[in-house]
Every structure is written in structure tokens, then in C-alpha cells.
Design a protein around this ligand. Structure first.
Ligand code: MF3
Ligand code: CO
Ligand code: CO
Length: 288
């Protein structure tokens, strides 16, 4: 990191002198590094202005997921949900960030039943009673990104499927509650894995949470299982927590026809919830 004078403007863009802004913070980071922690790089720490931008993007993103909740129903195609998402997002002056992302063809992901994530909305996928559906949306507003997903239950859903959806939601919240400023990144995954496995469920390993805000996917990678990662978490980081939990085994495969759709190997149900979370001085704030 560049050395800044005590009376220089802080690196964070606050316009305040370094000694009154991030100096103590940087010294704390240096001490943690000396004690063997992996410390986040400066680009993982958002400025006030960036946080305000992400917050506004998250308002549109949450509004979209609410709007989908009010309209999703049996007999509707996932393509129709995609159209709603495109229209809602653009009507709010924002851009659906998934559209065109690494060639992804739609505005949102719609993952039904054994689809783990990255289900592509389609005219041919008609929602029926008993389905559990994850809708994952990422909104870009004024260059800032927010990313969240929810599960929606269609018609009469089996108790087994309902339990998976509920426990996966709990996994997400336990992961978020495990986040402590100056705590460890790995605490998130440990909390999630323990809760999921206590129900005989398994955690998907191949897809993870991530930093978010100035881009859709930023560092660090946020695993939803125990990895012994030694990175510490600090105020100003913005992360997603988005566990994918399978009712059966952890193995998955990617559909080789579309190159995107991720399914459970054993055909068991999978659920996912996602929030965009800001780490604050005292804890966390869910932005999405
Ligand atoms: N919203 C997804 C996430 O949580 C990213 C989807 S990328 C896409 O990280 F290309 F599949 F849309
Ligand atoms: Co995400
Ligand atoms: Co997402």
C-alpha cells in the first residue's frame, strides 16, 4: 500500500485528512497482517459514495424481487418473469446486469427444483404447483451493483421442499450473522455448513458468494463451507452471502446444451437465497 502522509487527503476519497480518516484502520490492518491474517486489499473496501450507490441499486433490486413475488404464479413461464424483470429494472433507470454477462442471454436467473443456479428463463419452462423457484437478480444503477435472490413457492409445495427452502434461508441468515467486523471470512461458511448438514443437506462447493458493488463479481470469494480461509473482514466491505443447499448430495453438473444451467447430480431439490451485505463498524447491514 502507498504511504500517505498524516495530513494528506485519505485514500478513500472522503476529502478528510488521512490521520482523521483511515489511518487507525490501516494500522489495525497492518497489525492483523503481522499476526498472520490475510488482509483485504484496498479495492475490497468501499467508500461512502460507493456504498450509497450500491444502496440505491439494492433498492431497485429488492423492489424487483418484491414485484416478482406479487406476480409469480402457476402456469406462468420463466420467460414471462424475465420480461417483468427487464421492464421493471429499465423503468427504474437501471440495467439488469446479468444480461450479456459473459454471454448470458437473459436478465435474471430462474432456477426451478433440481436446478441449483443459473437457470435460463424460457417460454418452455411453465411453473406448476409444487415447484420451488429461485429468482436471482443483479441490478446495475449508475454503475453500482446489487445482487440478491429469493425462493418462491408455487401452489401446493411438499413439506420436504418447504423445509429445504426454509433451512436454506436460515443458512443465509446464519452466514450473515457470523460476519463480524475484524472477524474471519471463513466464519460465514462454517456457520452455513453446520446448519445445512445438521438437516442431512449438502452445501454446493463450485459456486460461491463474492464481493460486489463496483462490479457484479469482485474479490473476495465467499465460500459457503469451511475452508480455513484466513482473510479478515473489515468495515466497508460489501459481500454476497448466497448458499446453494441440496436436499441430497453436493455434486452438480452444468447442462452442456446451454452451458449455463447447473443441476444436482442426483436430481434432488436445491434451494438458494442471496443478500448483498455491508460490513459496518459494529456489525452488518443487509443492503438488499
Ligand atoms: N446473480 C448471480 C450471482 O449471484 C450471477 C449470475 S451471472 C449470470 O452471482 F450470468 F448467470 F447471470
Ligand atoms: Co451473487
Ligand atoms: Co445473484
Amino acid at each position: 500500500m502507498d504511504k500517505i502522509g498524516r495530513n494528506d487527503n485519505c485514500w478513500c476519497g472522503s476529502g478528510i485528512k488521512y490521520k482523521k480518516c483511515h489511518l487507525a484502520f490501516d494500522e489495525k490492518l497492518e497489525r492483523a497482517a503481522a499476526e498472520g491474517a490475510v488482509v483485504p486489499t484496498r479495492d475490497m473496501i468501499k467508500t461512502k459514495e460507493q456504498i450509497e450507490g450500491i444502496r440505491k441499486a439494492a433498492v431497485v433490486n429488492s423492489g424487483l424481487l418484491d414485484y416478482i413475488g406479487q406476480n409469480i404464479r402457476e402456469g406462468m413461464s420463466t420467460e414471462e418473469i424475465d420480461r417483468m424483470a427487464y421492464e421493471y429494472t429499465t423503468a427504474h433507470g437501471a440495467i439488469p446486469a446479468d444480461l450479456g454477462y459473459e454471454g448470458y442471454p437473459k436478465s435474471i436467473c430462474t432456477s426451478v427444483n433440481d436446478v441449483v443456479c443459473h437457470g435460463i428463463p424460457s417460454e418452455d419452462c411453465i411453473l406448476k404447483s409444487g415447484d420451488i423457484v429461485n429468482v436471482d437478480a443483479t441490478t446495475c444503477l449508475n454503475g453500482y451493483y446489487a445482487d440478491a435472490s429469493r425462493m418462491y413457492l408455487i401452489g401446493e409445495v411438499s413439506p420436504e421442499a418447504k423445509q429445504l427452502v426454509e433451512v436454506t434461508r436460515e443458512c443465509m441468515y446464519r452466514g450473515i450473522e457470523a460476519i463480524k467486523p475484524w472477524g474471519r471470512l471463513n466464519d460465514i461458511g462454517k456457520a452455513i455448513q453446520e446448519h445445512a448438514e445438521s438437516f442431512g443437506y449438502s452445501v454446493v462447493r463450485e459456486f460461491t458468494g463474492h464481493g460486489v458493488g463496483n462490479d457484479l463479481h469482485e474479490d473476495p470469494i465467499v465460500c459457503h463451507f469451511d475452508t480455513n480461509d484466513r482473510m479478515i473482514l473489515v468495515p466497508g466491505m460489501v459481500l454476497t452471502v448466497e448458499p446453494m443447499i441440496n436436499a441430497g448430495g453436493q455434486d452438480i453438473y452444468i447442462d452442456d446444451e446451454d452451458g449455463w444451467t447447473v443441476r444436482t447430480d442426483d436430481g434432488s431439490l436445491s434451494a438458494q437465497w442471496e443478500h448483498t451485505v455491508l460490513i459496518t463498524e459494529t456489525g452488518t447491514e443487509i443492503l438488499s
